[in-house]
Design a protein around this ligand. Sequence first.
Ligand SMILES: [Zn+2]
Length: 465
Amino acid sequence: MTIQLYNTLTQRKEVFTPINPDEVTMYVCGPTVYNFVHIGNARPVVIFDILFRLLQRHYPSVKYARNITDVDDKINAAAKANGETIAELSERYVQAYNQDMAQLNTQPPTLAPRATDNIDAMIQQIQALIERGHAYESEGHVLFQVSTDQEYGKLSHRKLDEMIAGASERVEEASYKREPADFVLWKPSTDDLPGWDSPWGRGRPGWHIECSAMINKHLANTIDIHGGGQDLIFPHHENEIAQGTCCHESGTEQFVRYWMHNGYLNIDGEKMSKSLGNFFTVRELLELWPGEVIRYALLTAHYRKPLDWTKDLLSSAKSSLDRLYGALRDAPVEIEPNLTHPALTELESHLQDDLAIPQVLAVLHTLAGDINKANGKEKRALQAVLRSAGGYVGLLDQDSDAWFKWQSGKQESGLSDADIDALIAERAQAKKDKNYARADEIRVELKNQGITLEDSREGTRWTRD
Ligand SMILES: [Zn+2]
């Protein structure tokens, strides 16, 4: 069994061969902590969580690092606007990020290095770049000189000479640059801004340097997988390669073997942006939907394709999960699944084929259909398989009754679980007493509050609409 991954660098699917099969290394660019994370930023977290789970099934150890960018001009501006310190603001949003991502059923990475804890590694890498003639100091800044790196542009498949000529719209001209494509490694800080002492005076790092410095410090000079959204390919990841390669003796040591990028998330067909007003935070969505619905919705398109985020997408993800959890109703939790069941083999082969997750979801639904047709022991065995299958993509880990009782933040003023259970008990008693009018009244009363009852031989269970 081999894992195949699409590599942005070579623009094709390749067999994944780790440098050291005893410890696979993966790095994914994490959040800049100055506000609640938006739904577009959750897509890579969920996708690479599934890759993390896949790798953990195949290799004894996987070291997955996801950084926290806690030094950034956006953080400085937000702290100033709020009248709080930069440390307070970033700590608050680190906690919020971790909570939100946990709600989406993502496993925490093995390590989450923070930029401000790794300034020494950045200064070292910048010094190495200067020593090797790839970077220069100018007006208190240190810049990477792009023309010194013949390989520059290889990830984004852009031509170096065009970029140096300033053909790209993304490069900014500045008096301290030798060439417009040169990018900032270090910049001076005024007294009111965060800064660290360095050979070039008090200052702070440019954004790109933190990832290559932390990769080298916490993982290795060459790592197996680096992931992120497609929007990071240029300039961020291109610059990471330049820094992470040129800082070493030979300058030829490969920085990352497999580059993986997820597609954009569009809101109702448009690119999400604050200016268009179609900007949703994960936190806002979690008020309205279970985290698992958001996760499922994020998995409905192939990870390299754009994902169109609509309200319908969330309702249809909710219905899909209702169907899957419906098949798990009354499933005993303690049954050992048959891990050689053909559905699990099929599912694993889809994941190994460059994370074909929509096909995995189809397998889950086929299993649910089989469960609905089965009875007794066979049904219980299939339910155990479906639970395991869900785990491969971080779904279906809740008790099914709890799933159907989920309450949104908006509904919290409504009936509590205990209120509902009490009314159901009263209804059962009324039926026993042959007071059918009262029993019916309770059913209607609950229906009006969005609670549907379902009677069976085992008793009455209920669902929040
Ligand atoms: Zn990065």
